[in-house]
Ligand binder design. Structure first.
Ligand code: ATP
Ligand code: MG
Length: 209
């Protein structure tokens, strides 16, 4: 459904070259596993596609629309990038409800279904500040997928999840992929990458190998 083209993309921060002339196309209905050492640039690539950083050279096209020119952000995108902002004083349900009010695409029932899919049904009214680490991670996944995005950018999505949750999250991602979602997963978890990825993309020192 959504194709992402990275064209000759370079990013320098404080004279340090962070992303180096990246050229790559991510096709819809595929899961791409971004793999590479700490500091290699995986998170930066996700930030770039999410429209959160500006290139020094090159550009990114989402379905032939140029990011930062034709569009500010990719439409219909779900994101987990490092510390996803959750509102600690509210329940998981309320967090999703607040987000749902922005696009008004999903019903209360769909919110509850997503919470159930990520295993948060027993904790629907518990405030996020009382969540465990894995429960927060489950809610981060829920906020990324609950509107059935066309693009999903996931930075270490299974961090802190127990085995059962990992299995259900993997199944959810495969379901979204089959619906045509373009999914990028940055991970150090080789098992996740091997099970989920259609293609493994190796990032070395700010470049795609
Ligand atoms: N805000 C920032 N300012 C300057 N440099 C940064 C900033 N954030 C990250 N970097 C640098 O950008 C490079 C790529 O970082 P990035 O976070 O993309 O790595 P990563 O592959 O995601 O690593 P990890 O596996 O640890 O998550 C690193 O050299 C890092 O030091
Ligand atoms: Mg990272």
């Amino acid at each position: 459904m959504s194709k992402i083209r990275i064209i000759n993309y370079s990013k320098t921060i404080k004279k340090k070259s962070i992303l180096k002339s990246i050229n790559y196309t991510f096709e819809s209905g595929n899961i791409y596993g971004l793999f590479g050492r700490n500091g290699s640039g995986k998170t930066m690539i996700l930030r770039a596609i999410a429209g959160l950083i500006y290139p020094n050279e090159g550009h990114i096209e989402i379905d032939d629309k140029v990011l930062h020119k034709d569009i500010d952000f990719p439409p219909e995108i779900g994101v987990i990038i490092e510390n996803t902002e959750l509102l600690p004083q509210y329940s998981g349900y309320k967090n999703l409800k607040i987000l749902a009010n922005i696009n008004k695409k999903v019903s209360d029932e769909e919110i509850l279904t997503t919470l159930q899919q990520v295993g948060l049904s027993p904790y629907i009214n518990l405030k996020v500040k009382e969540y465990s680490l894995g429960m927060k991670q489950r809610l981060s996944i829920a906020q990324a997928i609950f509107e059935k995005p066309r693009i999903l950018l996931l930075d270490e999505p299974t961090n802190a999840l127990d085995e059962e949750s990992i299995t259900s999250v993997r199944n959810l991602l495969l379901e979204l992929k089959n619906q045509g979602c373009t999914i990028l997963i940055a991970s150090h978890n080789k098992e996740d990458l091997n099970i989920l990825s259609d293609k493994i993309v190796k990032i070395v020192d700010g470049a795609i190998e």
